[in-house]
Design a protein around this ligand. Structure first.
Ligand SMILES: [Zn+2]
Length: 76
């Protein structure tokens, strides 16, 4: 009789642990970080600005539409 009670308790504990484990898995949301802001440099005038307010053309960044149209400043 004691043996039977022991098994019932063991199964109940296992079930409880399994439920707790399953619930803890569901609680965790996929915490996805958005792309962090990075400072980019205007290829025309060299000003630094965050990439969310910069304009991108290929691998170059520009501070404004005007500089984007004028393109990268050629040195030399
Ligand atoms: Zn610029």
């Amino acid at each position: 009789m004691v043996r039977l009670l022991f098994w019932i308790a063991l199964i109940a504990a296992a079930f409880w642990l399994w439920r707790k484990f399953k619930l803890s898995q569901q609680v965790h949301p996929e915490s996805r970080l958005d792309d962090p802001l990075t400072m980019v440099r205007c290829a025309h005038c060299g000003v630094h600005l965050p990439n969310d307010s910069a304009l991108r053309l290929g691998s170059d960044w520009y501070c404004s539409q005007a500089h984007l149209q004028q393109g990268p400043k050629r040195q030399g």
